[in-house]
Design a protein around this ligand. Structure first.
Ligand code: CA2
Length: 147
């Protein structure tokens, strides 16, 4: 069976590659999406890659993953640090979740060190740029294989 994986990106990540390359790297979000599609193919997984600037839309997408998806990779961006709504949605769908960040949130401002998303995640990968996403797909492939 081909596993479907939902990869969600939160606010402002649509600007990747255009600003702050010293923090977030020079890859565009579209480029990261293409790399994730390719990685998914090598792992036998179908990747659905999306971005939204709206908390409610992210919550709706997480809820709808309950039907037909096997796992979630989530970079909730700033909502990682603020959103109990996203945490509640993740808990409700009960799918394996890997939290990712491009930057190392532990080397930055102290308010970035706490993530609500982490409380629902099986694992957290940060600081490796686009590779954070690819490693998350590897991790999900292993987790789903073992199920
Ligand atoms: O490192 C990450 O992936 C973050 O999730 C990115 C968020 C930040 O709030 C988190 O603490 C860590 C911010 C995304 C903003 O993306 C931009 C991209 C280009 C230019 C400006 C912002």
């Amino acid at each position: 069976m081909t596993h479907k994986i939902l990869i969600l990106n939160g606010p402002n990540l649509n600007m990747l590659g255009e600003r702050e390359p010293d923090i977030y790297g020079s890859d565009s979000l579209e480029g990261i999406g293409v790399a994730c599609q390719h990685k998914g193919q090598t792992l036998g997984m179908a990747v659905d890659f999306r971005q939204s600037n709206e908390e409610g839309e992210l919550v709706t997408w997480i809820q709808s993953a309950a039907k037909g998806y096997s796992g979630i990779v989530l970079n909730a961006a700033a909502y990682s640090h603020t959103s109990i709504a996203i945490l509640d949605a993740l808990r409700a769908v009960d799918l394996p979740v890997i939290e990712v960040h491009l930057s190392n949130i532990h080397r930055r401002e102290s308010f970035r060190r706490h993530s609500y998303v982490s409380q629902a995640a099986l694992g957290v990968i940060c600081g490796l740029g686009a590779q954070s996403y690819l490693l998350a797909l590897d991790a999900l492939a292993r987790i789903l294989d073992e199920e």
